[in-house]
Design a protein around this ligand. Structure first.
Ligand code: NAG
Ligand code: NAG
Ligand code: NAG
Ligand code: NAG
Length: 425
């Protein structure tokens, strides 16, 4: 993410993207129909889960198209994109080979004598969950090439998103090379890595590179699906199964944080905390979600709120419902093939968490001293601003926010088979 310097010297760094989303959401929330919270809570109850009848309809629809989004038997293997949706990612089928060169660790192939490569791993995450720090330390491994962290190609640029908050100069340079202003082409993405990494990979076959765009976590398979499939209530397919189709062996890592802390930290970004209590902020997010869920299904809202990078549609409440997004990745790749750590464990014992990531990525273990020197690097993108204020969440609010996220954390525990995703509550 991009970092900017503010005049206020005590609070030098923060995420522009996250802050913008907040400012926009702040100005937007007043436009939502004013649903009373009481009414919302009664109608939604404690659950906040998928509407059962909608879930059944969705399942029937999926079965009709021969896609099993919930078949637990198939979860451990993961599933590629169902045949029906393949015409909608035609360019990828045209350009990408069905098997890759066996002498490189990234999925690579030669195209008219030029080595082309896709990422070896995808690092998933969300705002304020430690993605930048994890990335910064993973790329210290001598076999991991430090490419630009967040190209946002799969989830955003592929569909015409051309804003330049991240890696501005690089994006412009690759546009120049590609001769394609809109960044949407696969050629742009391949050129991005040809420019940064493939020559090194050609010379040293131990090297790998990854893509840590946080937008990948909640990526859709097709942005304009509502126009293409007006009868559908929810996105018909997701980015996870698109990537799985072409890169069945892609490594998927993720870092998550207690969603209660995440919500608090995003509240403390910018100046919002001066203007509005955390209680009010939380209630506004609930209202906005309720307004969406009055018209649409829960899943629709969770994904559609997340998928417009520069638009009004951003709801930080959904972002902490990791289950709904990770479910797609688990369905596509299988829970056993995904390595998810928590920011809390990462902070408590960085060496052992980093080792677990290196091991999962099949990278050579590093000597103790090297690990120590990597871990000694200052943590990247820590929100000093929130820390420097003597504000804490009230016990009452903590209980409320916990009770919102608890059932989702329980689902996540079940999905990933690890109790750590209860975050102790
Ligand atoms: C989908 O799941 C159902 C129930 O688990 C199974 O009977 C069916 O064969 C599956 N379909 C495919 C295409 O895997
Ligand atoms: C892909 O597989 C086919 C058939 O198994 C083989 O002929 C071809 O050389 C492979 N291509 C690469 C790039 O490995
Ligand atoms: C793009 O190419 C044009 C013409 O070759 C050049 O003037 C310009 O500086 C280039 N821009 C970047 C960002 O490389
Ligand atoms: C922190 O890390 C230490 C050393 O790995 C471990 O023994 C301890 O249980 C961890 N504490 C928590 C709260 O996870």
């Amino acid at each position: 993410m991009i970092k900017i310097t503010q005049n206020n010297r005590r609070l030098p760094i923060f995420f522009v993207g996250a802050a913008l989303c907040f400012v926009i959401l702040f100005s937007l929330h007043t436009y939502y129909p004013n649903i009373r919270l009481q009414e919302y809570q009664e109608s939604m109850g404690f659950t906040h889960f998928y509407d059962e009848s909608k879930a059944r309809e969705w399942l029937e629809l999926q079965n009709a198209f021969d896609v099993n989004i919930s078949g637990s038997e198939s979860i451990s293997r993961g599933k590629p994109l169902a045949k029906e949706w393949r015409p909608y990612v035609e360019e990828l089928f045209e350009r990408l080979p069905s098997n890759f060169s066996s002498s490189h660790r990234n999925p690579c192939w030669y195209e008219d004598g030029t080595l082309r490569c896709l990422p070896y791993f995808y690092q998933l995450g969300s705002y304020k969950c430690g993605t930048t720090d994890l990335w910064d330390k993973v790329v210290q491994h001598p076999h991991v090439i430090r490419v630009a962290k967040e190209p946002h190609w799969w989830a955003w640029r592929r569909f015409g998103y051309t804003s330049l908050p991240i890696h501005r100069d690089l994006v412009l340079k690759i546009r120049n090379i590609t001769g394609d202003r809109d960044d949407h082409s696969l050629q742009w993405y391949l050129n991005l890595y040809s420019y940064q990494a493939t020559e090194a990979i050609r010379q040293n076959r131990k090297l790998v590179f990854g893509d840590a765009s946080i937008s990948n976590l909640w990526g859709l398979g097709d942005y304009v699906w509502e126009k293409k499939f007006p009868a559908l209530e929810e996105p018909p397919f997701f980015l996870a199964s698109v990537i799985r189709t072409f890169q069945p062996n892609a490594k998927i890592t993720a870092i998550l944080r207690d969603p209660v802390e995440k919500l608090w930290t995003t509240y403390m970004l910018g100046d919002r905390y001066k203007k509005m209590s955390f209680k009010k902020h939380f209630e506004n997010l609930l209202k906005a979600s309720a307004a969406c869920e009055k018209k649409h299904s829960f899943k629709y809202c969770a994904f559609m709120y997340r998928n417009f990078p520069s638009s009004i549609l951003s709801n930080h409440l959904y972002q902490g419902i990791y289950y709904v997004y990770l479910k797609e990745w688990v369905d596509a790749f299988g829970a056993d093939n995904i390595h998810v750590i928590t920011l809390e464990d990462w902070k408590n014992d960085t060496v052992s968490e980093l080792n677990s990531v290196f091991q999962y990525l099949d990278l050579d273990p590093l000597p103790k001293e090297t690990m120590a020197s990597i871990v000694e690097r200052s943590a990247k993108n820590v929100n000093k601003k929130a820390k420097s204020r003597n504000m804490v969440m009230s016990q009452q609010m903590r209980r409320r926010v916990k009770s919102f996220y608890r059932p989702w954390n329980e689902k996540l525990v079940e999905l990933l088979g690890d109790q750590k995703f209860m975050w102790g509550y």
